[in-house]
Write a protein that binds this ligand. Structure first.
Ligand SMILES: [Fe+2]
Ligand SMILES: [Fe+2]
Length: 283
């Protein structure tokens, strides 16, 4: 678990929009590259947009991998010229894609596709992408590390402060997650279990390719014990850019019988106020 504090100077009432960004699966013929690049452009164009990376940015599947399926790759990007150094090629592309929005990044974590590639090839892809994209970082021991790198799971504390020193904060738990399956009910239940394990205001999981936000209200009293107050938290599966079904293409998800999912990300509006940070989930 990585802990990371982000400081944002903004006015009371100013709304930042948080995009959890992951499960792109770039390199797959079923990846909606246009939607992915449009999302990056939307983050770039909005001065109040921020994002957290939740893994599976690329397929990271090489020809030696048993998951390799020649008909399933995006031949616009994976070619005979670069297939022998596919990891380097993907790192370079991702670095270029994320560079224009790296200053708006609050965290960048691994998915199972990055972790598997690292296990088999001994190279930390997310750190390399961050370096390529121009993320802040420094050499620690012998290795370069970035505070934005959030590993498998992270708690990110975002501290807001305005010119009059009004302060508020929100805590975001993010992890690629592990849950697949065909129905959303079990995914919602598992996310709600996280509330008992980890204390945060927003919980983000990727991996399932489902896209939903569920608000969860928890009751407590005010300081004087004269009123009941509801604290709203949000659990979310963050969506994906991988089409389950596509004309004249057979994907892994199609063979496994996964349901089609709506593409794109969920979003959150975060507004610092005198009473704390107001959070709104946007599906
Ligand atoms: Fe994924
Ligand atoms: Fe995944």
């Amino acid at each position: 678990m990585r802990l990371h504090t982000v400081r944002e100077r903004c006015q009371l009432g100013q709304t930042l929009t948080l995009y959890p960004l992951g499960d792109v699966h770039f390199g797959s013929a079923n990846c909606d590259v246009g939607l992915f690049l449009d999302t990056i452009q939307a983050i770039k164009d909005d001065p109040d947009a921020r994002w957290i990376g939740v893994g599976d940015y690329c397929e990271w599947i090489t020809v030696k991998d048993k998951r390799w399926h020649a008909g399933g790759i995006d031949t616009r990007y994976v070619t005979l010229e670069n297939v022998g150094r596919l990891g380097d090629h993907y790192v370079g592309l991702m670095g270029r894609f994320f560079a224009p929005i790296i200053d708006k990044c609050w965290g960048f974590g691994d998915g199972n596709h990055e972790s598997k590639f690292c296990d088999e090839n001994g190279t930390d892809l997310c750190t390399r992408i961050l370096k390529e994209a121009g993320a802040p970082g420094e050499v620690v021991g012998d290795d370069w590390d970035s505070p934005l790198y959030s590993g498998w799971a992270a708690l990110t504390r975002v501290c807001f402060e305005d010119a009059n020193r009004h302060r508020s904060a929100v805590r975001i738990y993010s992890s690629h997650g592990w849950q697949g399956g065909r129905m959303d009910g079990a995914k919602v239940n598992q996310m709600q279990r996280l509330l008992a394990w980890i204390d945060a205001d927003i919980y983000l999981h990727g991996h399932s390719h489902s896209r939903f936000i569920v608000p969860v209200d928890r009751l407590r009293t005010n300081h004087d014990f004269t009123a009941v107050k509801a604290d709203r938290t949000y659990v979310a599966h963050t969506g994906s850019f991988l089409k389950t079904y596509q004309k004249d293409a057979v994907s892994y998800a199609e063979r496994a019988g996964y349901p089609p999912t709506s593409l794109g990300t969920v979003r959150f509006h975060l507004t610092p106020t005198m009473k704390g940070v107001e959070i709104e989930g946007v599906q």
